[in-house]
Design a protein around this ligand. Sequence first.
Ligand code: AP5
Length: 223
Amino acid sequence: MNIVLLGPPGSGKGTLAADLIRLYNFEYVSTGDIFRHNIREKTPLGLNASEYIHAGQLVPDHVTIAMIADHLKQPRTGSGILFDGFPRTVVQAEALDRMLMQMQTELHMVINLVVSKETVVERLSNRRLCVDCGRGYNLVSLPSKVPDICDQCGGDLIQRADDRPETIRTRLEHYRDSTKPLIAYYQEKAILTSIDNEGSIEAYTQRAADAIAKAQRMGKWRP
Ligand code: AP5
């Protein structure tokens, strides 16, 4: 089953993805993670993408689509693909439809995470990341055992450059103008399910699992 997670910055896409992978053994494709990996490794793609990401803007469609097309050439692992952060524009959504068709599969489900702007700002301003291994923390909901030190590798925890208040505002504007139109795009294809992504991580993971179970019952799961 191929699933897209749709939702504003900080809605919990990455957090939910980790639980869904554990539950369903999906292969994970996160454009944000791939870009950040390339920025850390200082590749030409990373150098190109970093100025857009640090400014809270979307990386141009042709760069993002080429990166995903390249990624999808790798042999498939897992029970399906879970896309986090891709597509983010209608042009990317159309490209994904074509790529999946070439792979003789399709997109089965889009889970749209609904949260308030206040929740987004609170979650993002408290998020921290390990500079070395990239593991995520949250000062309020998921603190490290020792302040500012990664539990996993001992690396320093930092705030993502695009999690500063002024950049969060820009990212939310891009979400509203470029990504939100995808809700109508997928509603028309009758594969969109919206879930309330407020409250605890356990509660929203259960809501997503219920939505996936419903899609399974409707025959959308073809392993
Ligand atoms: P990306 O990394 O995809 O950023 P994003 O979509 O803005 O999403 P985030 O990673 O900020 O948030 P999330 O929804 O995953 O929330 P999380 O689970 O971390 O992309 C970064 C940039 O790359 C983009 O701005 C753009 O420049 C570029 N880019 C990426 N894809 C692109 C594309 N397709 N086209 C063009 N450009 C692209 O949760 C947030 C925090 O909240 C965490 O600290 C978490 O621990 C905490 N939290 C989560 N749930 C709860 C809860 N229930 N209670 C309390 N805390 C919680």
